[in-house]
Every structure is written in C-alpha cells, then in structure tokens.
Design a protein around this ligand. Structure first.
Ligand code: ADP
Ligand code: MG
Length: 215
C-alpha cells in the first residue's frame, strides 16, 4: 500500500479524462445496457446514456471548462437536457451536486472528491427518492461512496477509487435478486427479480472510469 500522503491532485484535466472514459465505457457497453433495460424496462438505457455522453464529450471538445466545478456543471446540464427518461435528470443532478460541492476550487483532493461524490449521490436520492434495496443505480452508488470514505487517508487515490469501484460492482451484482421498487422496473413487480439493474450497471462504469483515470 502506498503512503497515505501520495494523493493525486484531481484537476480539470483529470476530470475531463474521467468523463471521457465514462463516455467511452458507456459507448462500449451500449448494447449490454440496452439488453438489461429490455428485460426490466423499455430498452433505452444504453441509447439514453450514450446520446447524453456523446453530447457531453462534444461540449468538452468545443471549449475546455474553466475549472473542476465548471466541468462537472456543464456535464450535468448537458445530461439533463439531452437524456430523456429517469436516468437523465438523475445523472444530471448527480453531476450538478458534485459541481456545487466543489465550488470554484482549482484542484480537488481525495477528501473533497469523496465529499463531492457523496453530495452527488445525495442529489440522486433527493431527486429519485430511492432507498437501498430498491434495485436502482443507488444500490451501486451508495456502497461506492461508503467504500471511498472508509479508504480515506489509508490508501492512495488509486487504491481508494479502486475500492469504491469494486464496491459499486458488488452493489450492481446484488441488484439481480432484488425486486424493483422504483422506476419502470417496479411495474413488473416480482418479474423484476433475477435481472441486473441497468442504472446500477452504468453507475459501476462511472466508478470504474474514476479508478482508471483519477489516481
Ligand atoms: P427510463 O426508466 O425512464 O427508461 P433509463 O432506462 O435511462 O430511464 O434508466 C433506468 C434506470 O434508472 C434504472 O435501471 C434505475 O437504475 C434508474 N432509476 C429509475 N428510477 C430511479 C429512481 N427513482 N432513483 C434512482 N434510480 C432510478
Ligand atoms: Mg429505460
């Protein structure tokens, strides 16, 4: 384990890499996300997310945002305006709340990143009212922020983010036996059991992209 003081400084360029890596992962997994949503939803989660993140990347290509908060705010606003369905406002709110938590800081250390991530997840809850076990993206996001907080100070940034991504993946896998209580999948009642949640799957890609790019 690296010394706890080996914290990466997360700047605008690093967040740009994170968002682009998330976009690339969603593009690569678009069919899979859609397949999952076809089982318990309306088969559009892959297309929704891919469309939104392509627009996000196009905006980043146009002009580099002035700072970390500005980059995340632009990302959130673009997702809200380009992604229909439940996931657009939820992911949009996630990034907007992260942006607010970071404010106009020039760089983000591990502690601020963890706090911003938690604020983002709280935004998802404020918007969607999901609780643990409802079979949503929250079931991947919540264990990830808990794992990140638990790793704070004891791990280097890459190790802490890897722990968060692993926790997200476990949370994603745990959605399979759950019965959905939020979103379209909840209309299926017991028939939603036995299928992995699409939003928890894309949320895991988000955390894995963070571990790959922000350490
Ligand atoms: P829609 O359900 O409107 O077609 P998407 O298919 O893009 O939207 O996204 C579906 C995902 O959104 C679900 O797999 C779930 O993870 C997430 N979701 C739906 N409703 C909620 C909610 N109230 N809170 C948190 N996440 C939710
Ligand atoms: Mg859908």
């Amino acid at each position: 384990m690296a010394a706890p003081d080996e914290f990466a400084v997360i700047d605008t360029a690093a967040l740009d890499r994170w968002i682009r890596a998330f976009a690339a992962a969603v593009a690569e997994n678009e069919q899979e996300l859609t397949r999952l949503d076809s089982a318990i939803g309306d088969a559009d989660h892959g297309a929704n997310m891919n469309r939104g993140l392509k627009a996000v990347v196009a905006k980043l290509d146009e002009a580099a945002p002035a700072g970390p908060g500005a980059l995340l705010k632009q990302t959130g606003m673009t997702l809200v305006s380009t992604v229909g369905g439940a996931s657009g406002p939820l992911y949009g709110t996630f990034f907007l709340r992260m942006a607010t938590a970071i404010g106009d800081a020039d760089t983000v250390d591990q502690k601020l990143f963890a706090a911003a991530l938690r604020a983002g997840v709280e935004g998802v809850v404020a918007r969607g009212k999901a609780e643990a076990g409802d079979k949503t993206m929250y079931d991947a996001l919540a264990p990830a922020v808990d794992a990140l907080d638990a790793a704070l100070g004891g791990e280097d940034t890459t190790g802490a983010l890897r722990a968060a991504a692993d926790a997200a993946a476990q949370g994603r896998d745990a959605t399979t036996p759950m019965q959905a209580r939020k979103g379209r999948a909840s209309y299926l009642g017991e028939r939603s059991v036995g299928h992995q949640d699409p939003g928890a799957t894309s949320a895991t890609l988000l955390l894995q992209a963070a571990a790959d790019t922000l350490g």
